[in-house]
Design a protein around this ligand. Structure first.
Ligand SMILES: O=c1[nH]c(=O)c2[nH]c(=O)[nH]c2[nH]1
Length: 288
């Protein structure tokens, strides 16, 4: 019985690239996840370990970033074709390219540089009752409201110890998936309107706050809800810092003026905090 190599393919999966283009103060974002699978004359790589036919998956990832800079991402179909043709046309050992791209859609919040991601958000409610007339509480909220500012975010002045390598920045992307739970003072409200109002205040505060840290943004968002939604006395926020790292395009002879980002998924900074009014009646069981 002979053993032979069957079908095979390889490539860089899930390169998360965010491309920002600027029209004056109005920014546009394309947020995509690119997965490449190449196939061709790859027998020797498997059979003898000879990599002469192998374009590294790392180079494929770099190509995605360089093409995002050079060509922009008009549509994912067009971007996919550009990439797929490039690999087959430029590498004699690659005979077929499969490029799968998923695009995450963003809606403008307000102003030119603030966005909320479409879909994936969940509205939540947590109710306790000892029966009508007895102790009751209502906590409303939302999970996974993903927001992004393409500018108006800085982070510097932080502690430097012997392990600190983070560079201070005065212009970065700020993105987070907001989980927020807010406690109502009473148990009667126009719940849909109340939810819309709180969500709207969270979004506006995110968009309007010039951020020196995600912690500062978190507090500003909580404050705005309490300031403008009288029926709410406490809000708890959990906000992962979805880091977007500027890609170094210098090795490919390109600058990167805050245009092409690598959207890392983990690890992430997790910023959490409670904001409450000083007259908020204590009710720890509302959160159980
Ligand atoms: O807004 C931020 N807060 C932090 O605490 C922190 N830490 C870090 O590495 N980056 C950031 N950004």
């Amino acid at each position: 019985m002979a053993i032979v190599l069957g079908p095979n393919r390889y490539g860089k999966a899930e390169t998360r690239v965010v491309r920002v283009t600027r029209d004056g103060g109005v920014h546009h974002v394309k947020d995509v996840n690119v997965s490449i699978s190449l196939s061709g004359a790859m027998d020797e790589a498997h059979l003898s370990g000879d990599n002469a036919a192998v374009l590294p998956t790392d180079s494929q990832k770099n190509t995605v970033f360089a093409f995002a800079k050079k060509h922009g991402i008009a549509t994912i179909e067009e971007f996919g074709l550009l990439l797929a043709r490039h690999f087959v046309d430029s590498q004699p050992t690659i005979h077929h390219a499969r490029v799968e791209i998923h695009e995450f859609a963003w809606e403008r919040i307000e102003g030119g540089h603030s966005f909320v991601r479409k879909g994936g958000e969940t509205r939540t409610a947590l109710v306790h009752s000892d029966g009508e007339g007895g102790a009751e509480s209502v906590v409303s909220g939302l999970r996974d409201m993903v927001v992004l500012n393409t500018t108006d975010s800085e982070f510097h002045g932080f502690v430097q110890d012997q392990y600190t390598t983070l560079e201070p920045t005065d212009d970065r992307m700020l993105a987070t998936a907001v989980t927020a739970h807010w406690r109502h003072r009473g148990t009667t409200a126009a719940w849909d309107d109340s939810h819309r109002a709180a969500r709207d205040r969270l979004l506006r505060a995110f968009a309007e706050t010039y951020s020196l840290s995600l912690q500062q943004t978190l507090y500003a968002m909580g404050r705005r809800v309490l300031d403008e939604c009288a029926g709410i006395c406490e809000i708890r926020l959990s906000m992962p810092n979805r880091h977007h790292f500027l890609v170094d395009l210098e090795p490919f002879g390109m600058d990167n003026d805050n245009e092409v980002y690598f959207a890392a998924d983990r690890p992430y900074g997790l910023i959490e905090g409670t904001v409450l009014t000083d007259d908020a009646p204590a009710d720890p069981s509302a959160w159980n």
